[in-house]
Design a protein around this ligand. Structure first.
Ligand SMILES: Cc1cc2nc3c(=O)[nH]c(=O)nc-3n(C[C@H](O)[C@H](O)[C@H](O)COP(=O)(O)O)c2cc1C
Length: 343
């Protein structure tokens, strides 16, 4: 493997490479994570699930669509959010007792979610303003996870706002509390997803701890991937929005980092095939009706940058049946051919 591309050891787990798909609610379901892995993502993380919600979901049916992991791939991490240490202990016990979830070797703690309804409960990024509470949660999760052979990672932001950037101190606290790796999204809570990520905070966090650090925020292509690795010295990259509708981005980055890619910039037929697979996978996971609702959103990501993207998006939000879906894909092929645009 080339110097910029290398495995990452998180606790007792050796992740095959240093590229991770960021958890994204509404996008990174089991099917999409599997697609990204096929193109080279080493670490994938479920979208956030409430630790307390998981405890009370007796049959695990309400949360299953978010939690479903591939039992044959041990590098899928389960992400939990909450504000009470006891909830994390009990949620991890439930995960360990579940026939499929127990196969995951990693538990990720969400301490970066900026959404109002999450931070109002003292969870997500609100914990960056309560580092003592955050520490209790990490210690509780680490104890529960270690007792069942799992490691704990923490994902957080630069700080609450630009006046309170505390990511380096927060990182030190995570390490001291037993976290095996961290991810720093270099935006503040107040930035939400806007503005530019400040990568200097990532460099500061990298220098602050010895455990592996994943850098996150504004890695969008090969150039920015290489730049973040070299400028900040992080061990790994976590890629979010740029990978929506573009699972092959991981392959492109692997190639630019000197590795052997799976498939770079697939042509329109290969992309159509990928979308069809995505659709069939979602049908298996959710049933056809719910799968169609999810697929509409995924389609608009897949069509990003297409020469006739706005027309395709209009069609995508109206698809009702598999035949509608196939018709939109055909329309995509025709308009790509007509304009020879990029997609
Ligand atoms: C639609 C959406 C949903 C997200 N859901 C989660 C989530 O469930 N858990 C989490 O830790 N971060 C979540 N994030 C944040 C991403 O993981 C990532 O930190 C952020 O998008 C910045 O990375 P990027 O610039 O590569 O997109 C979400 C982001 C988006 C855009």
């Amino acid at each position: 493997m080339a110097a910029d591309l290398h495995p990452v050891r998180i606790g007792s787990v050796q992740i095959p490479n240093n590229l991770a798909l960021a958890p994204m609610a509404g996008t990174t379901d089991r099917v999409y994570r599997a697609l990204c892995r096929r193109f080279g993502a080493g670490l994938t993380v479920t979208e956030l699930v409430s630790a307390r919600g998981l405890i009370f979901d007796r049959k695990m049916n309400r949360n299953w669509r978010y939690l479903a992991i591939d039992p044959d791939y041990p590098f899928e991490s389960i992400q939990l959010f909450g504000s009470d240490p006891v909830d994390f202990t009990r949620a991890i016990e439930r995960i360990a007792a579940h026939p499929i979830l127990s196969s995951s070797r990693l538990i990720d703690l969400n301490m970066g979610c900026p959404v109002k309804k999450v931070v109002m409960t003292g969870a997500g990024c609100a914990l960056m303003r309560q580092p003592d509470r955050a520490e209790q949660i990490i210690r509780a999760a680490v104890e529960a996870a270690h007792s069942v052979g799992k490691s704990v990672t923490v994902k957080f932001r630069s700080g609450w706002d630009e006046m309170s950037i505390n990511a380096p101190d927060f990182a030190r606290m995570c390490e001291a509390a037993g976290a095996s790796a961290i991810t720093i999204h270099a935006r503040t809570r107040n930035q939400m997803y806007g503005g530019r990520a400040d990568w200097s905070v990532i460099s500061d966090v990298r220098r602050a701890v010895k455990i592996p650090v994943y850098g996150n925020g504004d890695v969008v292509d090969q150039t920015s991937a290489l730049r973040m690795l070299r400028e900040t010295g992080v061990d790994g990259l976590m890629i979010g929005r740029a990978a929506q509708g573009r699972p092959w981005l991981f392959s492109e980055i692997i190639q630019s980092l000197g590795g052997v890619p799976m498939m770079v910039a697939p042509d329109i037929d290969a992309r159509m095939q990928i979308i069809k697979e995505h659709w069939h996978g979602l049908c298996d996971l959710l049933g056809e009706q719910k799968a169609m609702l999810e697929m509409r959103r995924h389609l608009s990501h897949y069509f990003q940058g297409a020469s006739c993207a706005s027309r395709l998006r209009q069609l995508a939000v109206a698809v009702q049946t598999e035949q509608d879906l196939l018709n939109v894909l055909e329309e995509w092929r025709v308009c790509q051919g007509k304009y020879c645009g990029n997609s």
